[in-house]
Design a binder for this molecule. Structure first.
Ligand code: DX5
Ligand code: ZN
Length: 230
């Protein structure tokens, strides 16, 4: 474990936001200094929950210039990546488990001009990424079973983050690792120390009393790790 050398991004997950007041919710997290927005699309098949598709992404695109990190929890994601890109996705992350053609899809996402992300569930070993490494802009390590916000962080994910970082360091050091699920003030430092570059936070931000202040405190904790390193 080591302190981070690079800038660590914070990505609030809109799954925990109040959609009756979404423009205000986005302004609120922007004012706290977040780096991108994490948008979870769920199909009720890959995961036991439903959220939104391209129409909502397109409408939200009008509200902010923050990068959109679209996390597709849908089967056969190849059917939809073009439409998500057109709707305004900057990073398109699909699940390893949701398609047999991960390599083709990573290349296709890059060909659309988006960053290509691949997500792995808690039960999927990091070693399965070995033949995909050069095609990846971002690996999303799930630290809960996907489908719902507000679940408890699975500690084993930290081991997986370190394994993925070791794989990337050799063949694709600029690729990022994103950790998603159960991240908050209690564990974000451990995630960063394990090698995370992007921290997704839903419930811990939108469920807090003062979301902008929670984001600022997250940033202070990350900066604190960097100071320790100097
Ligand atoms: C879960 C989603 C997450 C979720 C995280 O399937 O992929 O992005 O919103 O929410 P928290 O941070 O509340 O665990
Ligand atoms: Zn997510």
């Amino acid at each position: 474990m080591s302190a981070p050398r690079r800038y660590v991004k914070i990505a609030p997950s809109l799954l925990s936001a109040d959609f009756a007041d979404i423009a205000d919710q986005i302004r609120m997290v922007e004012s706290g200094g977040c780096d991108e927005l994490h948008l979870d699309s769920m199909d009720g098949v890959f995961v036991p929950n439903l959220t939104w598709g391209m129409k909502i992404v397109k409408d939200l695109r009008k509200l902010t210039a923050l990068p959109f990190d679209c996390h597709l929890m849908i089967v056969q994601p190849e059917r939809y990546v073009d439409a998500f890109r057109e709707a305004g996705a900057d990073i398109i992350t699909f699940h390893y488990e949701a398609t047999p053609h991960q390599h083709r899809l990573l290349r296709h996402i890059r060909s659309l001009g988006a960053k290509a992300g691949i997500a792995i569930n808690p039960g999927t070993p990091s070693a399965l990424l070995v033949d995909l490494i050069e095609e990846i802009d971002r690996v999303l390590v799930m630290s809960v079973n996907p489908g719902f916000g507000g679940q408890t962080f699975i500690d084993r994910a930290l081991v997986k983050v370190a394994e993925v970082r070791a794989l990337l360091n050799v063949r694709n050091p600029v690729a990022e690792i994103e950790v998603d699920g159960g991240i908050g003030l209690a564990n974000l430092e451990r995630a960063v120390q394990a090698g995370a570059d992007v921290l997704v936070a839903g419930n811990s931000v939108f469920g807090s009393e003062d979301p902008p202040e929670t984001l600022r405190e997250m940033r202070r904790r990350i900066d604190g790790l960097q100071k320790q390193r100097r």
